[in-house]
Design a protein around this ligand. Structure first.
Ligand code: C2E
Ligand code: MG
Ligand code: MG
Ligand code: MG
Length: 290
């Protein structure tokens, strides 16, 4: 359902949809202002290693600190940034800010990684690898600590996408496919794109315990990922039953509200200091239980 909403927002912002053009124009105007005022921030959602249950990384997630606009969730405004081209500037700011905030944290001991979402518009820009390289360099951020998340169903030019992934890999940066499984011909894409991992879409995590169809698809995605030597992350884990089911099937990394939502860099630093993280979560949940 959120995907359908993305498209509707994108269309109306381009003026092609008569449904809510005024509202979309207003949103775009507010976003333009937000870019100028730098009213965006970044939060960090922990990613855990499935075996040790330690935090081994964080996904940077964009937040718009708008108090006036109600469409302030990324699902509502990222498509508008994307359609207007503003995403290039905001996306570079996210990468810059995330690298700056995580540099000191991640340079301590332990294999901690930063994951950053890159939109299709940024991804098709032939200058992306150069931009990433200069941001890494300016912020003294080690390339092998960075992971770029792309969504495969937006890729049209596979030759270009492949070249960009190879250029990022040459820097030492990993590239993974986000929301895997919801796009079409996903399996075919895997053959063409030299990525390092997959993020299983949240809908499969939820569906796997609910219906047989999703369960079978999810199991085969996990098996396929492992056969292709790709690391697999499950996102959207909200309860312990999801975790158990996914861990039993060999998922490599875990992410979801069960552990934490996106938090400030300082709150993330605090979480890193109470490793192993998941055991503390379990303890907290036990003590919170009625
Ligand atoms: P995504 O990259 O798939 O990010 C995961 C989304 O799932 C995040 O939503 C996160 O808060 C949410 N999530 C994580 N665990 C759970 C859970 O257990 N349950 C539920 N219900 N949700 C969970 P968020 O932050 O609202 O972002 C939504 C989407 O917006 C992202 O999906 C990504 O596609 C896009 N986005 C966010 N930040 C950026 C950015 O900096 N650049 C670009 N281009 N896109 C971004
Ligand atoms: Mg993502
Ligand atoms: Mg995702
Ligand atoms: Mg996404």
């Amino acid at each position: 359902p959120s995907r359908r909403r993305h498209r509707a927002t994108t269309r109306s912002s381009a003026g092609a949809d008569a449904e809510e053009p005024a509202e979309a124009d207003d949103l775009l105007a507010c976003l333009r202002e937000a870019v100028v005022l730098n009213a965006f921030s970044v939060v960090f959602q922990p990613i855990l290693d499935a075996k040790s249950r330690d935090i081994i990384g964080a996904e940077a997630l964009l937040r718009w600190t708008s108090t006036t606009h109600k469409a302030n969730r990324p699902a509502d405004f990222v498509p508008v940034l994307e359609a207007s081209g503003l995403i290039k500037r905001v996306g570079a700011q996210v990468l810059e800010e995330a690298c700056r905030a995580m540099r000191d944290l991640l340079s301590r001991d332990g294999p901690v990684r930063l994951s950053v979402n890159i939109s299709p518009k940024q991804f098709i820009d032939p200058g992306l690898a150069d931009l990433v390289e200069s941001i890494l360099c300016d912020n003294a951020f080690a390339p092998d600590r960075l992971e770029i998340e792309i969504t495969e169903n937006a890729i049209e030019d596979f030759t270009q996408a492949r070249a960009t992934i190879l250029a990022l890999k040459a820097l030492g940066v990993r590239v993974v496919i986000d929301d895997f499984g919801v796009g079409y011909s996903s399996l075919g894409h895997l053959k063409k794109l030299p990525v390092s991992g997959l993020k299983l879409d949240r809908s499969f995590v939820v569906g796997a315990l609910k219906n047989r169809h999703d369960r079978l698809i999810t199991e085969s995605i996990i098996r396929l990922a492992h056969d292709l030597k790709l690391e697999i992350v499950a996102e959207g884990i909200e309860d312990i039953a999801h975790e158990r089911w996914l861990c039993a099937r060999g998922v490599d990394r875990l992410q979801g509200f069960l552990y934490s939502e996106g938090v400030s860099a300082s709150a993330f630093a605090e979480m890193l200091s109470v490793q192993p993280f998941a055991r503390n979560v379990a303890r907290r949940q036990k003590s919170a239980a009625p």
